[in-house]
Design a protein around this ligand. Structure first.
Ligand code: PEP
Ligand code: MN
Length: 265
């Protein structure tokens, strides 16, 4: 199990890797706010084939450079079985997106990897289907599966998806796996991300996956609308740090930051 049950882990970053400069700016900003994982997509599963599809291997190289520069662990999506080995060579954690939750050949392939996998709930998947998908990975011998509630399709249109926070305690009742929440895709609206993040902490989640962009309105993907800017992310992190101890959690810090804090004492 990769997550410590007393910690609340925040994974943050832009939807997609854009340029080296903006990716590094974002990583430095989220690190300063207290995130320990940086997430950005090099391969993007886009509904419209004419939308930006991600930088591919160039994006992976940018992520590796950002890890070297910042010390943040890297989370990034893998979309096809043949790419698992390559993406795992760059990433610390693999992400399986909602559109691939039922891509069984892909699940079997990440089951052979020996790094953690964040499995996002299919947008129309029941909890049973979600847990069966996780079993495909576990059965391959990879026990580092992290479930991610990212919202499901309902009749509501004001929000992009309906964030099913009841899934958090329900999944915890049914499986001994960490659960993180993605309130960015779960709501589709920047203004709703902070309140749903705090609610996820209260619901017993082990962490968050949050889209953050230094200039969200000029993001290369349509997900700018649901991305916090760096100031908004700073504020959310301050609120989480304040609230986490009430729920028996602390926010982890990077090893070098912990050393710097100890030196100041
Ligand atoms: C993403 O994480 O940027 C993404 C595309 O998410 P999802 O697979 O949940 O739609
Ligand atoms: Mn996105």
């Amino acid at each position: 199990m990769p997550l410590n049950p007393k910690e609340f882990v925040v994974i943050a970053g832009p939807c997609a890797v854009e340029t080296y400069e903006t990716t590094l700016q974002c990583a430095k900003g989220v690190r300063q706010a207290g995130a320990t994982f940086f997430r950005a997509g090099a391969y993007k599963p886009r509904t419209n084939p004419r939308s930006f599809q991600g930088l591919g291997e160039k994006g992976l190289e940018i992520l590796a450079a950002v890890r070297k520069e910042t010390g943040l662990a890297i989370v990034t999506e893998v979309m096809e079985p043949a790419a698992v080995e390559k993406v795992a060579a760059y990433a610390d954690v693999l992400q399986i997106g909602t559109r691939n939750m039922s891509n069984f050949p892909l699940l079997k392939e990440v089951g052979k990897a020996r790094i953690p996998v964040i499995l996002k709930r299919g947008m129309a998947a029941t909890l049973d289907e979600f847990l069966h998908a996780a079993e495909y990975i576990l059965d391959g011998g990879n026990d580092q599966v992290i479930l991610c509630e990212r919202g499901i399709r309902t009749f509501e249109t004001y929000t992009r998806n309906t964030l099913d926070l009841s899934a958090v305690p329900a999944l915890k009742e049914r499986a001994d796996l960490p659960v993180v929440v993605d309130p960015s895709h779960g709501t589709g609206r920047r203004s709703l991300v902070p309140p749903m993040s705090l609610a996820a902490l209260a619901a017993g989640a082990d962490g968050l996956l949050i889209e953050v962009h230094p200039d969200p309105d000029n993001s290369w993907t349509s997900d700018g609308k649901q991305s916090l800017d760096l100031a908004g992310f700073h504020q959310l992190m301050a609120d989480l740090k304040r609230l986490a101890p009430h729920f028996g959690r602390t926010l982890p810090v990077l090893r070098e930051q912990a050393a710097a804090q100890a030196a100041r004492l």
